[in-house]
Design a protein around this ligand. Sequence first.
Ligand SMILES: [Zn+2]
Length: 367
Amino acid sequence: MPTRDGGGVPTPQPIAATVLVTFLCVASPGCAEIALLPPDKSVLDLHVHTAGIGAGGSGCFISRGLRGGHKFGWYLGAFGTSLKELEREGDAVILSHISARVADSASVSKAVVLAMDGVVDAAGELDREHTQLYVPNEFLAREVRRFPNLLFGASVNPYRRDALQRLEQVKQDGAVLVKWIPAIMHIDPADPALTPFYAKLKELDLPLLVHVGQERSFGPARDELGDPARLELALEAGVTVIAAHIATTGRNEGEDNFKRILPLFGKYPNLYTEISSLTQINKMGYLYKALRYPGLPDRMLFGTDWPLQFFPLVSPWYQMGRVPLRRLSQLGKLDNQWDRDVALKRAMGVPDAVFDRTWEVLKIPRE
Ligand SMILES: [Zn+2]
């Protein structure tokens, strides 16, 4: 019987499989494992999405292309909402769902929710026609203030006419980082014209969380802009760069993006990465590889990429053969998506230092 996580997308409960693996595990010495969750509610999630249709005067929008596509319905369900609810309550209702679920988590105490700037035209203004998803900073900064367990992750397209002013503003409004998805926002991180933007990020001490690797959560994507080699300009400028998802999936110049990012860690001490989305079915095996790569776990931070936590995209059962069976069965029973993600990654071998480091790098005091 499917269960629901707070009104989200049904998660499968393979009952027969659970009984079988629990039985098999009773006799298996490999089942004596680390605790399922950290001992206290001590985890910061730096990668949580929200979205909106403009309800309640949010200023958010979703392109006609995305709204008409098959992903739209999935996403509404994954966000734990419906069109009706958004229209009735306003887009900020998603933030109240996030806040409630994080409050409910036994492991995660705070989450950084991400704004999403759009494509910018030649005049330096928002190009609504080519923007697929827009979550304005003003809306998010204002709304997260109502929730003590949510933090503001800003998004500023550096091609905006007033990009530097916008950076000053988001910093003033409490932003803890700036997020880009270059393939969707049409940003070339290697463009020398971005040098003043990088200098401003450094001056304001704002880390740049940037999607690298292929992008498949939206419609058309310019994947060449997700090439990790394009991060060097920001790194040379001394910006703290957090390369999302360890650049897993996709290729550039005939080479895996994952392979292309690895040498950069040795070259730049200001380069970090984060492990959101690495339990997805299309990213199988990468996290294990990354955990074995010398020095790389010391640069890892924690994020969930919520709401991309639904079946069949993610399931603990995809780790069968790598995670002890009893642990998989325990994971399958965790209802809270944040706890499930933390527990699954711990079971996959992510050390506790990764969770601790997330607070340190974002300079967020723990309570
Ligand atoms: Zn994401």
